[in-house]
Design a protein around this ligand. Structure first.
Ligand code: PGA
Length: 237
């Protein structure tokens, strides 16, 4: 695990965008794993400004709330469209996201897992990190869930993410998420964190102790993880 400490949010976003751009330039038909949340927004902006040709790229998003309509402004479908896909030339047919409107969510998870495996390994997976150490919506647990699954959101995640919803009751309490196995199977992982409220969980990554109660700690045994943080998130390192 390598740590890159940047001056601020903008520096973190630029560093992440550069790594992603390099991947696309070296392998135009690469498979990218994409994340949502407030942290990667700057990275998406930077990538859009680079005017890269992403027409051969395939993308898989990590997760989606469940249930949620893709037209809901808080859905991750909406987020990705607004912050990234509307600004770049990834082909619609190459974009893969879990469906928050699926009638049979378990089937949706199984189909998504099969689809990822059919494409092979994700070349570069972008991750944010929750205060509780979640990656995707792999919440603290007594064991790691390898496959794409339905996840019950913890109270802490509901409280953290409800800031985007008008009322806390509007926030879905479940999600569909790629599992830890699919994330760990990625060739390279770039984890982003910004702000002092992430400092404690970033420090956990430095301890090299794998603990499913802090799901991101599994990344310490991956061969190629780059943690890009701003100074505040790095303040306890
Ligand atoms: P955030 O979310 O980027 O909005 O802090 C990160 C996450 O929960 O994975």
């Amino acid at each position: 695990m390598r740590f890159i400490i940047c001056e601020d949010y903008e520096g973190m976003s630029k560093a992440a965008a550069d790594i992603l751009a390099a991947e696309v330039l070296l392998k135009p038909n690469c498979i990218l794993g994409l994340a949502t949340g407030s942290t990667p927004i700057g990275m998406y902006q930077e990538i859009a400004e680079k005017k890269l040709d992403l027409s051969h790229v395939t993308t898989f998003n990590l997760d989606e709330y469940y249930p949620i309509k893709s037209s809901n402004e808080e859905s991750y479908h909406y987020f990705m469209q607004e912050n990234f896909f509307s600004k770049v030339n990834v082909k619609k047919e190459n974009i893969h996201m879990l469906d928050g409107e699926a009638e049979d969510p378990q089937q949706e998870c199984d189909d998504y897992e099969r689809l990822i495996n059919k494409h092979g390994r994700i070349d570069l997976q972008v991750l944010g990190i929750g205060h509780n150490g979640h990656i995707g919506f792999n919440e603290p647990n007594s064991f790691f869930r390898a496959q794409t699954h339905i996840s019950n959101l913890t109270q802490r995640t509901i409280e953290a993410n409800s800031r985007f919803f008008e009322r806390i009751e509007d926030m879905p309490t479940k999600s569909l998420t790629m599992g830890v196995g699919s994330i760990m199977n990625s060739k390279t992982i770039v984890l982003l964190a910004s702000g002092k409220e992430k400092a404690a969980v970033i420090k956990e990554l430095q301890k090299n102790k794998v603990d499913p109660q802090i799901p991101a700690t599994i990344l310490t045994v991956h061969r190629d993880v780059i943690v890009i943080v701003d100074k505040e998130a790095a303040s306890l390192l």
